[in-house]
Ligand binder design. Sequence first.
Ligand code: TXE
Length: 482
Amino acid sequence: MSLKSIANYINGERLPPIANDYLDTINPATNEKITTLPNSNKYDLDLAINAAKKAIPIWQAMPMSERASYLLAIAKLIKKHKDTLAELECIDTGKPLQTTQSVDIPRAAENFEFFAKCANSDFSKVYDMQDKGINFTQQKSLGIVACISPWNLPLYLFTWKIAPALLMGNCVIAKPSEVTPLTADYLAKLCIEADLPAGVLNILHGKGNKIGQAIIEHKDIKAISFTGGTETGKHIAQSAAKDLKKVSLELGGKNASIIFADCDFEKMLATTIKSSFSNQGQICLCTSRLYIENSIYEQFKNSFVAAAADLIVGDPYNQETTQGAVVSELHYNKILSHIEQAKAEGAVVLLGGEVKKVPGRCKHGFFVKPTILENLKTDSKTNQTEIFGPVVSLIPFNSENEAIVEANNSTYGLCSVVWTQDINRAHRVSRKLDTGIVWVNQWMLRDLRTPFGGQKHSGVGREGGKYALEFFSETTNICIGF
Ligand code: TXE
C-alpha cells in the first residue's frame, strides 16, 4: 500500500503543517516507511483552537439528538470503509489483520454508536425540597477539550474519547500517537464525508513533547482525556494543575490473574493465553503476573507453556497468524531489555525469551516470541515494571490471603482476574483487590456502560457510559425557591 502524506484536520479541512515539518511512520512488521505525518507545532494548534472557538456556539446550540446523528453517520462510514481501516491499522501497528478486522475497527464504530444512544440518557437529577423549593441539575459542555491517545489500540481508543466529548457539545482537539497516525487521518476524511461542522473536531499529528505539550499547556483547553504511559500521565497532571484543568488519565498496568485449583481449568487456560498475549501483550488490561495455587502449579505450567508454544508469530497479513510484530523498534528493544533484566534477576525462561525471525517480506520486522518466566518474586523489578509486551511471569501461592497480598503488591491497580468455581471465594477475593476492574472467570468482557479505569499509578478517573459523559461536562445545580 503506497500512501500520500498524512495531514492535520483543522476547521473541516485536511491541511499540511504550517512549518512543513514531517516525521516518518514505519510498518513494524517490515521496518519499511509507510508515509510521513505532520510534526505539528503551536501555530498549527492556534489554527485549530480558533476553528474550535468559532464552532462552539453552533455545536453547543445544536440539540443533543442532532449531534448524535453525526456520531451515527461517522459510525456508518467506519463500517463502510472497514476493510481499508483494518488494513491501515494492521500496517501501522504490526498486529494481525484478523485482529484489526475483528476487534479494532468494529469497536471504533461501536464507540460512536454507543455514545450516540447515550443522547437518550436521563441527564438531569431532581432534588425536591417540598414546600421550600426544587433543585435540578444541568450538564453543560466544557468548551474545548483535548483527547490524547496511544498506539496500542489506535482508532479504538481515539474514538472512545472523541465520541462522548462531541456528544456533550464540546469541540475537540485530538492527538493520536505519532507512532500510529494512519487511521486517525482516515477518520478525518470520514468526518468530512459525514459533513461534520467545521472546527468541531480538529486532529493534530506529531510528537508528544511538541504538539502534545502545546495542547496540554493551552489556556483555552478545559479538560484533557489521556491514555498512555504512567510517566506521561503524571507530567500531564502536573501541567493541568496550573490551570485546574479536568484530567482523566488511563495509564499503565501490571495486572495479576489469581488461579485457584478449583477453577474451570480448560476455560481458564484458553482465556489466560488471551489475557497474556493478545495484541502481543500490548493492552493495558493484559495479565502479566499469573499467581497459581501450588497444588495445580505444575499442571498449569506444562499446559500453559504448551498452549503458548502453539501461538503463531508471523506475517500480520496471514490469516493464521495470532501474534504480529510489536509496535516499533524502540518498543522492541525495550521489551528485549526487560527480558535480559529478568534473566539477570534469576528468571527461568520456560518459553521464548528471544526475538522471532519471520522470513520473506517481514525479515526486518520487530517480532518477539511469547515469553513465559518463572522463579521471580513479586517484588522483583520484572514483576513490578510494566513491560507492555508478550512477557508473563508465573508465581505459585499457598493460601487465598497470600494470593491477595501478592496481587496487591504493585504500584499499579488497573485490573485483576480471579479464577475459581467457589462463589463465596469469588466475592471475598474480588472485594479485596485494589484494582479499578476485577473480572471473575472472564477477561475483557466489556459492557461500555461500566466504569473503566485504574487505581494507584494506573490512573485517575473513569471512562465509559455516564462516567465519560460527566467528565466531558460541567454540572450546574439550579435551585428554585417557592
Ligand atoms: O506512551 P506515551 P509511549 C505504556 C507502555 C509503554 C509506555 C510508553 O508501558 O511502553 O507507556 O509508551 C502523547 N504532552 N503505555 O511512549 O509517551 C504521545 O504523543 C502531551 C500504556 O508511546 O505516554 C501519545 O499520543 N502528550 C498505554 C500519547 O501521549 C504527550 C498505552 C501516549 O504516549 C506528551 C501505550 C506530552 N508531554 C503505552 N508526551 C495504556 N495505558 O494503554 C507524550 N504524549
